[in-house]
Write a protein that binds this ligand. Structure first.
Ligand SMILES: [Zn+2]
Ligand SMILES: [Zn+2]
Length: 534
């Protein structure tokens, strides 16, 4: 039976270029999507640019432009970044689109009808000069713990975090004037009502999650879940669909994760399908959420609570693919250090396959990894050129040189057929479990075994025998292995495998089952798959 697969890649925030840290966290989503499509499952793979919130408005103010300009600029850059490495989203959109806004507003109305949104009065910092209530990040003052100058809800000097209202001597970050307290009201999401249900959800599902997701979620749930403001006084964002909230916008934490739903809805609509049916919880649907470890509670606590509050019977996140971090050599990457390697720079330097291979083989599944150009080049030379490219090349160029490209017919070695069947089953199971490093390891093993078979059979000697049966059988086997490599490696290596499929006149789209090449095939152009990097 074909399954339904929802894959949500985390939504990058539109105020900084995408870098290798994003890549390592998000690439597993594309490998999953490509594998499931090959397997014949119905895939909805979505993501988009998170484009609202105060960091963007502050930056826009500094640069003297409209926030939408910043959001559009980064959104376009993100689209190019993902495109440069062949990400295959079914839809990649942005939270500033009308399609997203409208659907978020509909969901908020439903949440309120279900009794999970309520209005709350509170005293809030107000700037009389700027004429507005201030967001956390718009307030400066002195740390209530150590007295050092601090901004918003944390102190960089003593690392304490607190409620911004606790700051002493509070000032507006924009104009520098002292703030005053004024009564305000916001719409609040009743997250606390979901404490028990979320604990049960965690109990039922965490065994398939990574350790970081288990630990972070447990910590979050043990602290007890407070209700959270769902709206804030701000101009840039999604309008609140209730009377009396005209000067407020929907808080980013609630509408950005709703993006998985709004975008998957659009994909289903475009396919002429019912999203409601697609999203119904059941064994035929597997949902994957792919992100870095700093995003875990949003996917294991907040987002499930939002789905629960809608009471539609939609599936809560099943598989949490949460990555650790990427370091540069021994250094932590950070904006302040200015040592982030942008995806676009990487894509200019290297082929997409080389980058995809390195970051899948070394995916930070359980611990931080370090990235260096030297290691990426070494992996490219050793595996893509040395093992994979070389196996294809020595078989193909021999046939071209000695046999005008005619592939002889022969019997494929039964042990290699068996090994190939096993490779599909085992690599597939590893990818489905989110164990991509192990999957790549087995892909490499498959290539190495093919090379071993070639070396043991020694077709360059077999060809000199009077009876050509051995040579023909060896060659048929090797061509069979090459054809199946074009399937088995395709979730990771999108370009090299496509070259093989053209060369062997295979179906343009790869599948996930053993295939044979057609009888009497004559090889046409045989491009070099990968070139060694010096
Ligand atoms: Zn302090
Ligand atoms: Zn002010």
């Amino acid at each position: 039976m074909n399954r339904k697969i929802l894959i949500g890649g985390a939504w990058p925030y539109a105020n900084y270029s995408l870098h290798v840290g994003h890549l390592a966290a998000l690439l597993p989503g594309d490998v999953l999507a490509r594998y499931f499509r090959q397997n014949g499952d119905e895939v909805v793979y979505v993501s988009g640019t998170d484009s609202h919130g105060t960091p963007i408005t502050q930056r826009a103010k500094k640069e003297g432009v409209d926030p939408s300009e910043i959001a559009h600029k980064y959104h376009e850059e993100f689209v190019r970044s993902f495109g440069s490495l062949n990400f295959s989203y079914d839809m990649y959109t942005a939270t500033y689109t009308d399609e997203h806004k409208k659907r978020v507003q509909d969901m908020l109305v439903r949440m309120k009808e279900n009794g999970y949104l309520y209005d709350k009065e509170k005293q809030q910092d107000y700037c009389e000069t700027c004429g507005k209530f201030l967001a956390d990040r718009e307030i400066t003052g002195l740390c209530p713990v150590c007295g050092a100058p601090a901004k918003g809800d944390q102190c960089d000097a003593c690392l304490s975090s607190f409620d911004p209202s606790e700051l002493k001597d509070k000032h507006c970050i924009t104009c520098g004037n002292a703030t005053v307290l004024r009564p305000n009201h916001e719409m609040v999401f009743a997250l606390s009502k979901f404490q028990n249900k979320l604990e049960k959800y965690y109990q039922d599902n965490h065994k398939q999650w990574r350790t970081n997701a288990i630990n972070e979620t447990k910590k979050y749930l043990e602290q007890g879940l407070p209700d959270r403001d769902a709206t804030r006084s701000l101009e840039w964002g999604i309008e609140v669909p209730f009377e009396g909230y005209e000067d407020k916008r929907v808080y980013v934490w609630i509408e950005a994760v709703m993006g998985y739903l709004t975008t998957a809805m659009r994909v289903c609509e475009e396919r002429g399908e019912s999203f409601d049916q697609f999203m119904q919880d059941g064994d035929d649907l597997i949902s994957y959420y792919v992100h870095g470890k700093d995003n875990i509670p949003f996917h294991t606590v907040i987002y499930p609570a939002i789905i629960m509050s809608l009471e539609n019977g939609w599936q809560l996140p099943k598989m949490i693919v949460s990555s650790e971090y990427v370091k540069l050599g021994e250094d932590k990457m950070s904006k302040s250090k200015g040592n982030l390697v942008p995806i676009l720079q990487l894509a200019e330097q290297f082929e997409a396959d080389s980058v995809r291979f390195f970051f899948t083989m070394n995916n930070p599944e359980r611990r931080d990894i370090s990235y260096s150009e030297e290691e990426l080049i070494a992996a490219h030379n050793k595996f893509l050129c040395g093992a994979f490219g070389n196996f294809v090349n020595r078989n193909v160029s021999f046939l071209k040189k000695k046999f005008k490209g005619v592939v002889p017919s022969g019997v494929v070695a039964p042990e290699m057929v068996e090994q190939t069947q096993r490779a599909y089953a085992e690599i597939g199971a590893k990818i489905e479990a989110g164990e991509l490093r192990a999957a790549v390891e087995q892909m490499i093993g498959y290539i190495q075994d093919a090379n071993k078979f070639y070396d043991t059979q020694a077709p360059w000697t077999q060809v000199k025998q009077e009876d050509q049966t051995d040579f023909n059988n060896t060659t048929a086997t090797c061509m069979y292995l090459i054809a199946n490599m074009s399937n088995l490696l395709a979730p990771v290596l999108t370009e090299g495998t496509a070259k093989i499929r053209t060369m062997l006149e295979l179906d343009e789209t790869p599948c996930w089952k053993p295939i044979n090449i057609k009888d009497g095939l004559v090889l046409g152009d045989c491009p070099i798959l990968y070139t060694k990097i010096q």
